[in-house]
Design a protein around this ligand. Structure first.
Ligand code: PEP
Ligand code: MN
Length: 640
């Protein structure tokens, strides 16, 4: 049962409640929610719940109706996130685990680790003890395999996961693996579950080939009941009458598990299909269905792999998979989990003040400025770009963001640069040109979802006025047309309009803004998603002072450049400039022309390009471009 405590419960009352329940034989887990403290009392013990309800400090008691308790959503409403080294799994992220089915040699795992890391995997997989159907098949390298796996992980700054098949290996695995995998065949090996639960290490529990979702959650319950709190589930396909694929990947299990449990669920499309060519579509389907991550088999030489070659992706296929997932993330309002750019290196002193700032920023004191009020879309984009440890600084104007970055009040800033419905935000392009010491260092795209927000007690019939940024109002025109009697009042900021209605406290006022803005100001969302066109995305760019930008581009390999140039007013001058790019096969991803202020009918061009891997090709292209244009400015070289 769940015991919700009073807001201001006295410590002595809380202790008395815990003692009362423990004396009855319950095990107690405490959860500190955002707004309330909850005690989970687990045990199959007959008790009259009214006895508990009457104790001092108890607000209410809710029975857990499911046979699994600690794993249930009833027990914990919010999604569980599981930290594994520098990575977090669960919540608004998609974490991808990749590597070979089995560790075959030191060289093999090292090579694959570097490749999958480059493509964006955050955790390295590799089996050392392989549960094979045939006793004559390769059984794994054993402890040596675990050693090689750990070495390869350390060389690339990646946590590692490997399958444990017997409780006897618990000590060994605790030493080598960051996540212990319980294989499908062992999902109901209860002695194994008990031993591993007691290790308090992250666990990936795979669904048995003949297990129901409830069986899976009951096995998770074993792990949780024995101590660990960090359990991830994994859908890897079940046995059905279908024989074309190795298993039938149960995609519908993902939303079902999400409803029943707070635990993250990953999907293994490799074992789920057994066929290399089916891995990519099923991986995308899993991500679209809400999976918190994937575990994918990748091999450099699958034809000669010692196990599961036919279902292992070539590294290039894995790279494409990662790019496709990246493209899906804005639709899902999620972000790919990322490792820090830099691979681990022996500690050394930072070479310059800029590098020192970069290090300070990385160590947990990232300050980032945005325009708008708390809850603004910019702040949401910022949180997505820096998922952890960012102090966000709300400022009134875009120019203030540039000033904060330039003066060092803030390490980074974020500004919107382009919207799919309304086009480029020229004011920010102008500011980028005006502040030559501020550069673009990254980008973040988010989907813009508008909501009608009111005071908690207001209803639709109360509304007389709607406040929002002019863009917010125009992007919701169709919905607002349905209420011609409402007065539409432009406001300087979407989230600011919610702050305004909160301050005024009038039931007849409504605002249009993000869910975050409603949450920040404790307002009610009367109607979600009222934008006319749901394909409403805004691309933000992250800006930093030039020295920090340079330090960053030295650390990560920039793969995108934003340029602005103007050409002479002569025939073919734009053609000439673009030819410089075309001849070097430099891919252009944006081209837009814009009148130059004060020079009627003369144009400048915004150009974004992909930077090719060979740095010299791009450098000479820039030199030539500079020669054949009148002005050329690099707004930023950054990696996306
Ligand atoms: C594996 O991940 O290598 C594996 C054996 O998976 P499963 O237990 O899902 O078959
Ligand atoms: Mn395998």
């Amino acid at each position: 049962m769940i015991v919700v405590l009073d807001h201001n419960v006295r410590p002595e009352d809380k202790r008395a409640i815990v003692t009362f329940l423990e004396d009855k034989g319950f095990r107690i887990r405490e959860i500190q929610g955002e707004e309330e403290t909850i005690l989970g009392a687990v045990g199959i013990i007959p008790i009259d719940m009214r006895e508990v309800e009457l104790l001092a400090g108890v607000a209410r008691v809710i029975p857990i109706t499911k046979p699994y308790k600690l794993a249930s959503r009833e027990f914990k409403k919010t999604d569980t996130t599981i930290p594994v080294g520098p990575v977090k799994i669960g919540g608004p992220r998609i974490a991808v685990i990749a590597g070979p089915c089995a560790v075959e040699s030191r060289e093999q795992i090292k090579e694959i680790a570097a490749l999958v890391r480059d493509s964006g995997a955050v955790i390295l997989r590799g089996g050392a003890y392989k549960p094979r159907t045939s006793p004559y098949a390769f059984q794994g390298l054993g402890e040596k395999g675990l050693k090689y796996l750990k070495e390869a992980g350390e060389a690339n700054g990646m946590p590692v996961i490997s399958e444990i098949v017997t409780p006897e290996h618990a000590g060994m695995f605790a030493e080598y693996a960051d996540i212990l995998q319980i294989g499908a065949r062992n999902m109901q090996n209860f002695e194994l579950l008990k031993t591993i639960g007691a290790l308090h290490k992250p666990v990936l529990l795979k669904r048995g080939p003949a297990a129901t979702i409830q069986d899976l959650l009951m096995s998770a319950e074993y792990l949780l009941a024995h101590g660990t709190e960090t359990v991830m589930l994994c859908e890897r396909g079940i046995r059905t009458f279908e024989t074309y694929t190795r298993n039938t990947l149960d995609i519908s299990a993902i939303p079902v598990v999400k409803k029943l449990s707070h635990l993250p669920i990953l999907v293994d499309p490799s074992h789920g299909t057994g066929i290399r060519a089916k891995v990519l579509p099923m991986a995308l389907a899993a991500v679209a269905a809400g999976a918190d991550g994937l575990i994918v088999e990748v091999h450099t030489n699958p034809e000669h792999a010692l196990s599961d070659g036919p279902q292992s992706l070539y590294p290039e296929q894995f790279e494409k998979l990662m790019r496709d997932i990246q493209a899906l993330t804005p639709v899902l309002n999620k972000e790919l989990a990322r490792l820090p750019e830099e691979r681990p290196q022996p500690p050394s002193r930072p070479a310059s003040a800029a590098a020192a700032a970069a290090v300070a920023a990385e160590r947990g004191t990232i300050k980032a400025a945005f325009q708008g009020e708390p809850g603004a879309f910019s702040e949401n984009a910022l949180a997505r770009y820096f998922p952890e440890r960012t102090q966000s600084i709300p400022l009134r104007e875009f120019r203030d963001v540039f000033e904060a970055v330039l003066t060092g009040k803030s390490h980074y800033g974020i500004i919107p640069i382009e919207n799919t419905l309304t086009g480029s935000i020229h004011q920010n392009y102008d500011l980028l040109l005006q502040y030559p010491d501020v550069r673009i260092v990254g980008e973040q795209t988010i989907r813009i979802i508008h909501n009608l927000i009111t005071l908690p007690e207001a209803e639709l019939g109360d509304i007389m006025r709607v406040y929002s940024h002019p863009q917010g109002l125009s992007q919701c025109a169709r919905y607002l047309d349905g209420y011609p009697q409402w007065e539409k009042i432009p406001f300087y900021d979407t989230a600011g309009s919610i702050a305004h209605i909160a301050r005024e406290g009038k039931k007849e006022n409504a605002g249009i803004a993000s869910l975050d803005a409603a949450r920040v100001h404790k307002m009610k969302v009367l109607k979600e998603g009222i934008e006319t066109d749901s394909r409403n995305y805004t691309r933000f760019v992250i800006i930093a002072r030039e020295e920090l930008a340079r330090a960053e581009s030295r650390r990560g390999r920039p793969n995108k450049a934003s340029l602005v140039f103007s050409t002479s007013n002569t025939p073919g001058s734009l053609f000439q400039a673009l030819q410089v790019l075309a001849e070097r096969k430099i891919n252009m991803v944006k081209l837009e022309s814009r009148p130059i202020a004060g020079k009627p009918w003369e144009e400048m061009f915004y150009v974004d390009v992909d930077i090719p891997p060979e740095a010299t090709v791009f450098r000479t292209a820039l030199e030539q471009l500079s020669a054949c244009t009148e002005t050329l400015r690099t707004l930023g070289l950054y990696s996306v």
